[in-house]
Write a protein that binds this ligand. Structure first.
Ligand SMILES: NC(=O)C1=CN([C@@H]2O[C@H](COP(=O)(O)OP(=O)(O)OC[C@H]3O[C@@H](n4cnc5c(N)ncnc54)[C@H](OP(=O)(O)O)[C@@H]3O)[C@@H](O)[C@H]2O)C=CC1
Ligand SMILES: CC(C)(CO)C(=O)C(=O)O
Length: 314
């Protein structure tokens, strides 16, 4: 199996690196020149509770893209989607499945329009990882789930083959599922709650829960996001609520989101793709929207300040 990973950031670097380490697929990374220079100089370095890895990896730039890939794992941020589509376009052919692992949902319509619905898989990652300033990919806790599937629910040869390729990879639980759209909505309920909570409060889950009313605030957010998913035709599975009530009720939790990490380091954030999407869905369903509105406004005001160069020094 030949797998092209677009982006060697937190997710692309982690999952692509683990697959390269396992040696069960031919893996290459499509990267931009600055990242390529670091990978050429240092190799790909992963730090993880499941063991560090360092290795030389194949890289190519958009100008060098050629067809012949079974899977393209798309791991850019949503604000880079158009650029990434342009970069992978010459690499996509009749046999290629495109597997995006971005958070959110709205990228799916765009990718299906570009590459055809039949080529596009659904996918999500439950992991906490970051690309450190020195180029190291750092996994921050033991979350390690990569979930994907055909959007029509078929358990096709291609999703089974990808699951098999990942099976020996350490620090990864990769699963092909027959209900990937439901899983993506569940991920959005989870992320919507943690991202809105941590970004609005500029604090991790434990810090919020230990503050007066913080636990109730997170649970109210969780319920609002559950209602948004249900109104969109995707009620969560049994057990989901109990699992995430515990996640969002733990006073000792150090759980923070990639959006909070990005915001605290002055980076770009996926405000429209995640927060704007949820706000629009709350309004469309006639649900209370003031928490989503505040989070979206907060993120957009941050973008204004960032664009104007007025963020405090990090
Ligand atoms: N980090 C996390 O813990 C989690 C993140 N997610 C989601 O996964 C997605 C990816 O996030 P994450 O991995 O953190 O992001 P990162 O910013 O760490 O990595 C994205 C990478 O994509 C690269 N990229 C973007 N456009 C192109 C292009 N045209 N050609 C080549 N490379 C490109 C960037 O390269 P360059 O360096 O050149 O800018 C960057 O290194 C997001 O939607 C995020 O919300 C989901 C679960 C957890
Ligand atoms: C919700 C979480 C932590 C789970 O993977 C995530 O997706 C993120 O931080 O972007």
């Amino acid at each position: 199996m030949r797998v092209l990973v677009l982006g060697a950031g937190a997710l692309g670097g982690y999952f692509g690196g683990r697959l390269a380490e396992a040696g069960t697929a031919e893996v290459a990374f499509m990267v931009r020149p600055a990242r390529r220079a670091v990978l050429h100089r240092d190799g790909l370095r992963i730090e993880s509770p499941f063991g560090a890895w360092e290795g030389r990896v194949a890289t190519l730039t958009a100008a060098e893209a050629k067809p012949g890939w079974d899977v393209i794992l798309l791991s850019c941020k949503a604000y880079d989607l158009e650029d990434a589509i342009g970069a992978i376009r010459p690499a996509v052919d009749a046999r290629t499945a495109v597997l995006p692992v971005l958070n959110g949902l709205s990228h799916l319509d765009r990718l299906a329009a570009e590459f055809g619905a039949a080529r596009l898989l659904g996918g999500l990652a439950k992991i906490q990882a970051t690309l450190a300033p020195d180029g190291t990919v750092r996994q921050l806790n033991d979350w390690r789930w990569l979930t994907f599937g055909e959007r029509d629910g078929a358990m096709s040869d291609r999703v089974r083959a990808l699951e098999a390729a990942f099976a020996p990879a350490r620090g990864v639980v990769a699963q092909a599922v027959p209900d990937v759209m439901a899983r993506m909505w569940e991920k959005l309920v989870h992320l919507g709650t943690s991202a809105i909570g941590t970004v609005l409060m500029r604090a991790n889950v434990g810090e919020i829960v230990r503050s007066p009313g913080g636990g109730a605030f997170l649970l109210r957010l969780l319920e609002r996001n559950l209602a948004i998913a249900a109104a969109a035709g995707h009620p969560v599975r049994d057990g989901f609520l109990d699992e995430y009530r515990a996640v969002f009720g733990d006073p000792r939790s150090a759980y923070a989101t990639s959006m909070l990490r990005d915001l605290e380091s002055g980076a770009r954030i996926e405000a429209d793709h995640i927060l704007g999407f949820l706000l629009e869905r709350a309004r469309r369903a006639g649900l209370p929207d003031e928490l989503h509105e505040a989070a979206y406004l907060h993120a957009k005001a941050y973008e204004q300040r960032r664009d104007a160069g007025r963020l405090p020094a990090c």
